[in-house]
Ligand binder design. Structure first.
Ligand SMILES: Nc1ncnc2c1ncn2[C@@H]1O[C@H](COP(=O)(O)OP(=O)(O)OP(=O)(O)O)[C@@H](O)[C@H]1O
Ligand SMILES: O=C(O)[C@H](O)[C@@H](O)[C@H](O)[C@H](O)CO
Length: 171
């Protein structure tokens, strides 16, 4: 199972993704680390990425997803995946489960503003929402609760309880 946590910058993809992967006992990757330096510099400067900036990045991530599929391992990926066309690049045969971290700009803005040590310029939040096409076929979770509560919600909606996913395989 490949799980893609999607949503605008600051919606909690990294925070929730790390915790979810720990609960599932699988690997985690952040699409942030797949961006070429030019994309990172644009975002740092507060310039929104264009589709052309994003295609190579999305295809690199798709190649990684195919690698995890070939290896037969579960993996959690954090990727904004704002548009349907981007999600189609990531999972052309619907071969990933998208989990949409849903929250308002009023909730996310202060979280982004308070975050330190990240290149993403908080003033890009409006453009993130302008670009966002909400998915109609994803698992949707509310990001107002605490991270452990959000992860419990995701595990439940994935049909995996925390207890199940932590229990050792039968002898
Ligand atoms: N449920 C939550 N409650 C309170 N704070 C949260 C929650 N989820 C995330 N945060 C905080 O909000 C900030 C943004 O979270 P995070 O970096 O995980 O978002 P992101 O979607 O990965 O962002 P980006 O797309 O820019 O990489 C962080 O400082 C994080 O600690
Ligand atoms: O599509 C995009 O505009 C980018 O992916 C951004 O969302 C960043 O990668 C990230 O979310 C910021 O840290």
């Amino acid at each position: 199972m490949i799980v893609v946590l999607m949503g605008v910058a600051g919606s909690g993809k990294t925070t929730i993704g790390l915790l979810l992967a720990e609960r599932l006992g699988c690997g985690f990757s952040d699409a942030d680390s797949f961006h070429p330096p030019a994309n990172v510099e644009k975002m740092r400067a507060g310039i929104p990425l264009t589709d052309d900036d994003r295609w190579p990045w999305l295809h690199a991530l798709r190649a990684a997803i195919e690698g995890w599929e070939r290896a037969g391992v579960d993996h959690v990926v954090a990727c904004s995946a704002l548009k349907q066309a981007y999600r189609d690049v990531l999972a052309p045969q619907d071969d990933a489960t998208f989990v949409y971290l849903k929250g308002s700009a009023a909730l996310i803005g202060p979280r982004l503003a308070a975050r330190t040590g990240h290149y993403m310029n908080p003033k890009l939040l409006d453009s993130q929402f302008a670009t966002l096409e909400e998915p109609d076929d994803a698992i949707v979770v509310d990001i107002a609760p605490t991270p452990p509560e959000i992860v419990a919600d995701i595990l439940c909606k994935l049909g995996r309880t925390p207890a199940e996913s932590l229990s050792p395989p039968p002898a």
